[in-house]
Design a protein around this ligand. Sequence first.
Ligand code: ADP
Length: 484
Amino acid sequence: MKILFATSEAVPFCKTGGLADVAGSLPQALANANNEVEVILPLYQRVADNWKDKMSFVCSIEVPLGWRRVYCGLFRLEHEGVTWYFVDNEYYFNRDSLYGHYDDGERFGFFSRAIVALLPALEFMPEVIHCNDWQTALVPVYLKDECVRWSDIRGIKTVFTIHNIEYQGRYGKETLEDLFGLAPGWFSDGTIAMDGDVNLLKGALMTCDAITAVSPTYAQELRYAYFAHGMESVIRLNGGKVYGVLNGLDMAGYDPATDKRLTVNYGLKPKKGVESLETGKAKNKQHLQETMNLDIVPDVPVIGIISRLVSHKGLDLVCQVFDEIMRLNCQFVVLGSGDWNYEQFFEAKLNQYQGRMALYRGYNEALAMKIYSGADLLLMPSKSEPCGLAQMIAMRYGTVPIVRETGGLKDTVQAYEDWCGVGNGFTFADYNSHDMQFVIEQAVGLYYNKPAAFRKLQETGMAEDFSWTRSAEEYNKIYQKICS
Ligand code: ADP
């Protein structure tokens, strides 16, 4: 199939969050599955010059946006089997950050309008345009708006993926015509109207052919107010076209057998330069303990947290029973930054648990990899988690996850059952600190009392297939369904 993937960020060009990882991996996986794939994104200042040097100029057009006629350049780059298109407008995109500007609505309204206007300039007319989050939410709306006059685009289907429903692109009613160039009917019939405002996300949900969320459980959860940030009724109204597709993981990039960031490489199949899980992890643990000033003790379970320190990551639960957790014979490592109260909480505990607890405030990828490879358990008690990457990385490195059963955590971590040995981690359902404490005790107990069973858990996690190939297959089915 011919697919155009529309995104506001993508690895390796520009990244602020998980969307960039998806946009950096999924198009290639789709291309490997016999699709023709093009990706389109803005040409930000942040895109490095070495990439810009490799781009070729395709064309420039004027894009109508309300009463404006705006310059729009198009550049092209071939990279790993995928054609990348970059939309150029220095006024909108030559800024030091991707988002957070007073005119973000206008910037991404322009980007979405440009994607539709540029379709004849691309190598092919797509059968499907796959849009992502509010920044490209106007694409399905503009397609429907234009197709009454332009028969070439009438057959194009659209998929809209929700990575995070919190950000919706909400603007005053007056922006509809003035900024986005849409007729009042789009608002008065409710398509793009929500609580008296223009809501771009709602526009996409109402007009696209398929809605996907980044995990099957998140797709279900979005039907409820607790998770949907006011969009639950729109999700339910469109329930027949909602799907959940679990994000993948860059399995080659995160491979303990080859990862150069680790002290010692290890794997399920030891070979030259690759140690066994047992010895490899022991050496990485020792290195982690040295790096973070923990007591150098080989057979104590190390519990790690690698996370933004914000409320929805479930840190309240950790704070509530932290002393109870530390009463177990374990070490605790926290890597993250975020809300002041959580940072202060962990900071204050450092003195109390010298040699047994460590904290690094900030973002540090090298240290994250030391924790993934050196810790025994990773704690992720999130209140909500659309997909979650950290638990998948942890499993890949033989670090057993302890998670709350929500969103992608529920879809990737199956509870260990002592009596039959099934599962790949530890889980609890209710948002309750004592339930969490109970499974942490269970995990630490297994580590000490049944090392063979604990090893099996680690091995099961390491053998999981979180590849993008699997996700691409799911998306392929959705594309085929909406095009048939
Ligand atoms: P979210 O996208 O909500 O922050 P995810 O679990 O999906 O959560 O992805 C978080 C990613 O960011 C993981 O790859 C994790 O290793 C990484 N990460 C989070 N905090 C830090 C940090 N302080 N330093 C290094 N990496 C971090």
